[in-house]
Design a protein around this ligand. Sequence first.
Ligand code: B12
Ligand code: SF4
Length: 607
Amino acid sequence: MGHPTSGQFHFVMIKPSHYDDDGYPIQWIRSAIPSNTLACLYGLAEDARRRQVLGPDVDIRLHTYDETNRRVRPERIIRLIRKLGGRALIGLVGVQSNQFPRAVDLAQPFLAAGMPVCIGGFHVSGCIAMLPELPDDIRATQALGISLFAGEAEEGRLDEVLFDASNGKLKPLYNHMDKLPSLTGEPPPFLPRQHVQRTSGSLSSVDLGRGCPYQCSFCTIINVQGRKSRFRSPDDLEWIVRENAAQGIHRFFITDDNFARNRDWEALFDRVIELRKREFPKLGFTIQVDTLCHKIPNFIEKAAQAGVRRVFIGLENINPDNLIAAKKRQNKITEYRDMLQKWRNHGAITYAGYILGFPGDTKESIIRDIEIIKRELPIDILEFFFLTPLPGSEDHKVLWQKGVWMDPDMNKYDLNHRVSHHPTMSDAEWEGAYRAAWQTFYTPEHVRTIMRRSAACKIGRPGTTLTTILWFYLMIKFEGVHPLEGGAFRMKFRRDRRHELKRENPLVFYPRYALDTAVKLRGYWRVYRRFKAMLDEAEAAPDRYSYSDTAIAPPRDDEFEALSLYHETAGGEAALARKRRDDVIRERGHLHEAPGLAAGQAAGVDP
Ligand code: B12
Ligand code: SF4
């Protein structure tokens, strides 16, 4: 590579949001969690800057924007770059399918100003990974002159893009889907503190690994990031901890989709345990795992010692027939209680993802299942999703090949909207069942029960459990967005409305916005007072520590005969029969491990 130019080169990284149902970007004064993609790109770009990849005379300047917590005004960015001088690359980063329309809208003013734009992330990568040809929306983007990046940017791939942009020769497509880079020793994700301050506070995001061995048909990750586990080293992790601790950040969301299948989980936990003991006692983590994680010897024990306090679990469903239909065979309902109780006994707050709209679901079965979960499984937070054919998943590919209808508006692919038809429920029924699911789980009675369960646990954190329930409840009840896209104090800007929709009159827009905000705040306050009273009641209860119920009581002898989980669900009896058969084989000594999985992991092979 030569030295293309001298002076400055601006790399502007924008993580776009997506539009709400009224056409306004979903953004907050404080969003929940900083973006790991932005942190990854920032880490890579900072490294490229230090290595002077554009030559010693070119000063690379980095600008980062997360639209979920900051208004992005392209005209201001254009003015700033013109004032500072030099060439620029506008990178729209980590663009998911639901963010693709917004990303393209944001790109337009930059293109008009003659600035090159490149879009990367799961929509582009997922479509290229799975479809025989590019879908119309992506082709239209290329026709506008936007460059696309598919695959991951590590192993020096970002350098090439920066170099081409600085030479005014950005290629229409950078396709790296054929090779997944190693992560070990690559520049780790990092975000300066001013970013983290725009989110819930002292929490940053990192990925310590990518890839998952399973084959769930609704999943995009395996087709984009592969099924082999790639991971960062304990030294990389220590660097991340130290750099963040230096800016006062001690808590992390580890974004690995399934940290239990990160082949190096133990070495990574061991390093954190050591760092916690020696220097950073405040270190805390949130992780995502699968439902067999408790079968990995020491996994939960070491997670607790490493400071894991919140765990996202891909529960997905309690009907084995549905799980089998989604190729999620690794989820065994006969293990759910053991796994959840073990996390609880180690002081973690559990969030379980639950998908609605599998072929066997009806509105009645969904409500029945949620009632079973409330009674029999000790889950703190249950979050619902529409079964969605996300671009990049096998489900999407199959529907696409068969020409089955899927909503053409990518903005709706946020798992909070229905984008396909269900085989038996009407559209209205499915949407009704989705709303009913949230209402059925988060009743005042059940919130009270969760508070009692949390208060009964000696190492439980009822106050934090309450805050988390409030986050979920308030987003669904008042904000109309999925809690995972939520934040504090919604911002809306009249001029940022989706261009297909008419710009509203200021005399209509502002009074309505003010009124909506006031009504929401009043609602927030009422819910807070009501739920806080439940917390106080649970903490003051004379039987606080002796409280028990079916979900948290240790397994009973007649567990498998008595619980609805195994007898009222579709395929529950068959799952129970499989478990009993496996138990017999294990007792006879033929099966030494959890079926397939733990053995596969130990041997380092995909099951
Ligand atoms: C963490 C995460 C979140 C966090 C986000 C905050 C955070 N801390 O990062 C939370 C929990 C809030 C979240 C929410 C949602 N998420 Co999410 N999330 C993830 C997850 C697990 C990791 C993302 C990540 O950091 N990946 C690692 C980065 C490095 O990979 P990457 O984004 O692809 O970026 C690399 C390349 O693409 C490339 N690249 C990317 N951009 C650019 C730009 C340029 C210019 C260049 C050169 C290169 C480049 O370089 C990067 C480094 O290699 C992914 C799954 C996954 N494994 O990626 C799902 C995932 C991205 N999420 C998804 C979805 C659907 C959502 C939600 C809409 C749904 C929901 N209700 O949960 C919301 C939307 C909220 C929002 N506003 O983002 C889907 C998107 C699928 C799709 N086809 O669109 C994914 C893939 C998971 C899935 N279910 O399939 N999510
Ligand atoms: S376990 Fe999670 S990450 Fe792995 S394939 Fe299934 S949905 Fe995807």
